[in-house]
Design a protein around this ligand. Structure first.
Ligand code: HEM
Length: 600
């Protein structure tokens, strides 16, 4: 008889139990696992989904990285990351955004995993932001960070605070006409050295169109020499050394050059270090990383500072020994920034007002040297490339110079002569067109200091607003006039119906055409269309007037001496390489002295 229970054999019992236990455990862990995976996915989704700013148009974004692959692709393919901003604005309209990493998400805000950068691509609104809305938009922190390692107390790195304002007032006098007039002979002497160098090179060129001189570094050295001469009172003699070398070495090829002077090489290291930081994803770490981990930079900054300190002490000693201290300060004899600073120091001591500390002075001298060389060099390099392609422009420019300023055939021009726009309208037109087409500084950036609105879009405090100045001046044409005019309804009060410039014609907006700057009567019209190479407003380019004088002297002195023959396309491509400025990869010339041209 049985009791109704099935007594299972011990081994079967075990198996029975063993069979059900794992099943029960698997079901539980499946549910748990699924919930866990769901929770993780939700977290990953929340964390990894790039967050654009609401309402503002954007590209299709990739998880975790947002627009980074697109930015990288444009930087690699086109040589300049700023083309990604141009491209986005062209497709998406006057206000758009690129989302870096996680964009405007909470993870970005807390851990710095990215940002949403707003792109403003409308010249009228850009002018308004830069000029009239400075209290809402200050210098971008990520741009300042590029310079903060090298010149922490220089204008390029400072926010718009009292220290910045003091520096700007202190040094502003260097950009006034009387002072620029006194600097002009220094610039002229160094441009003449460049002309002499290219004259020697030209004599050694063969007759083939591929016989060319590589002038990329000549121009860079010339601008370093100029800025050293007008800032520290003495050139680094980079071009002079090249000229001496070429003259002393008859067998040297036209492009052969000696090693560049140590001080110029140091400045190049500093410039390259700043340029390398442009694509660095966490700008706030840059100054710290540069100071602690870049040995090449450390050596260069130390020797630059030693040199600057030496120049400062020597200039002070000279100033006192020459008895200039007792002269009337208003006489202002200085023809270089250092001497000017000494004159100011004397005035300030007499008035009891604040002077600059030694560290501040050194940083501002470095600012001049760095801010004033690469930008101008890049523009000059693009300018010879453009002239090579436009023989008609060269002939017209030379004709204007020889007709309206005949003295230039015998001696270099003075400041008053060369800056006379009414007398030299074509020179102004060529220079403006070179600056319009060269994209030297392709974009400028500001950070919002409070929640604000741009063309109707809400922009939160702390957002970087990038303005593609290079693209706008090259693309904003009457073809999009309806769109631009239509924005009046959403423009800020200070911008409404205040367009300052005309529109470029859609037919030739991309072409190099200096004529666009001339009125029907041949006079120069600086407001013919959008032009912002130096940006605008209180934080616009400090050295604009100096840069324009340098460019006018460069263009007129080279053009009066040489015709730049056409060179093969493959030696004059538009390929670029972008750091702080947008450099051409090549810069070759075939200079032919005009006397030889006339004999041909
Ligand atoms: C063709 C030559 C030049 C171009 C295209 C150029 C362009 C620019 C641009 C676009 C900016 C940024 C402005 C902004 O953020 O709104 C700037 C700033 C600056 N530039 Fe130039 N620049 C040139 C030559 C010079 C020269 C010769 C100097 C000499 C001292 C100079 C000194 C500076 C300084 C100190 C700043 C910072 C100003 C500030 O933060 O307030 N630049 N430049």
């Amino acid at each position: 008889m049985t009791t109704g229970y099935v007594i299972m054999p011990r081994e079967k019992r075990g198996k029975h139990l063993c069979f059900h236990q794992p099943f029960l455990m698997d079901a539980t862990s499946l549910v748990l696992g699924a919930s866990f995976a769901l929770a993780i996915s939700l977290v990953v989704y929340q964390v990894g989904k790039p967050t654009p700013l609401p309402l503002i148009p954007h590209n299709k974004l990739k998880w975790f990285v947002g627009d980074i692959p697109f930015l990288t692709k444009m930087a690699t393919e086109k040589g300049a990351i700023t083309y990604a901003f141009d491209d986005t604005a062209t497709r998406l309209g006057p206000v758009s955004q690129v989302v870096v990493g996680l964009g405007a998400s909470w993870a970005s805000r807390i851990f710095g995993f990215g940002q949403a950068i707003v792109i403003l691509a409308d010249s009228q609104e850009m002018h308004d932001v830069l000029v009239n809305r400075a209290t809402e938009f200050d210098r971008s922190k990520s741009i300042s960070a590029l310079f903060a390692g090298t010149l922490p107390q220089g204008m390029l790195a400072l926010p718009t605070d009292d220290q910045f304002k003091h520096h700007k007032r202190y040094l502003g006098i260097t950009m006034t006409n009387p002072y620029l007039a006194r600097m002009t002979p220094r610039i002229v002497d160094l441009m003449q050295e460049l002309v002499d160098l290219w004259s020697v090179g030209a004599k050694r060129l063969g007759s083939s169109s591929t016989d060319v001189i590589d002038v990329l570094n000549d121009i860079r050295l010339a601008t370093i020499d100029v800025i050293a001469s007008i800032t520290f009172g003495t050139s680094f003699n980079g071009v002079r050394m090249s000229l001496d070398f070429l003259e002393a070495t008859p067998i040297a090829a036209p492009s052969e050059r000696p090693e560049i002077p140590k001080l110029a090489a140091d400045l190049e290291v500093l410039l390259d270090t700043i340029g390398d930081g442009v694509l660095f994803p966490a700008p706030s770490f840059l100054p710290w990383l540069t100071r602690n981990f870049n040995r090449k930079w450390r050596k260069a900054i130390m020797s630059t500072h030693d040199y600057l300190r030496g120049r400062l002490y020597a200039a002070r000693a000279e100033y006192v020994s020459e008895g200039r201290e007792s002269e009337k300060a208003a006489a202002n004899q200085a023809d270089n920034v250092l001497d000017m600073i000494l004159e100011r120091e004397k005035e300030d001591r007499a008035k009891g007002t604040e002077t600059l500390s030694e560290a501040e002075l050194i940083d501002e001298l470095t600012t001049f040297a760095l801010g004033g060389s690469e930008t101008t060099a890049t523009t000059m390099q693009w300018s010879v490339k453009m002239l090579c392609k436009h023989p008609d422009v060269q002939r017209k420019l030379r004709a204007e110079l020889l007709t309206n300023l005949p003295a230039i055939a015998a001696r270099p021009p003075t400041f008053a002569e060369i800056s006379d726009e009414a007398n030299l309208p074509y020179l102004s037109a060529v220079m403006y067109e070179i600056l319009r087409c060269s994209r030297t500084a392709a974009a400028v950036a500001r950070d919002t200091t409070r929640d604000t609105v741009l063309l109707g879009y809400p922009i939160p405090k702390g957002t970087q607003v990038l303005m593609p100045i290079g693209m706008v001046q090259q693309m904003e044409s009457d073809g999009a006039k309806d769109v631009t005019d239509g924005l009046d309804a959403v423009r800020s009060a200070s911008s409404k119906q205040r367009r300052r410039t005309g529109y470029w014609s859609a037919k030739d907006v991309h072409a190099f055409n200096p004529e666009r700057w001339l009125r029907a009567d041949g006079t120069f019209n600086p407001n013919a269309g959008p032009w912002l190479p130096f940006s605008f407003g209180f934080r616009g380019c400090f050295g604009q007037k100096l840069a324009l004088i340098e460019l006018r002297l460069f263009l007129s002195m080279i053009q009066v001496n040489f015709f730049f023959d056409a060179i093969p396309e493959e030696l004059n491509t538009w390929k670029c390489h972008e750091t702080v400025t947008n450099h051409p990869q090549q810069c070759y010339i075939r200079p032919i002295p005009w006397e030889s041209m006339e004999k041909l």
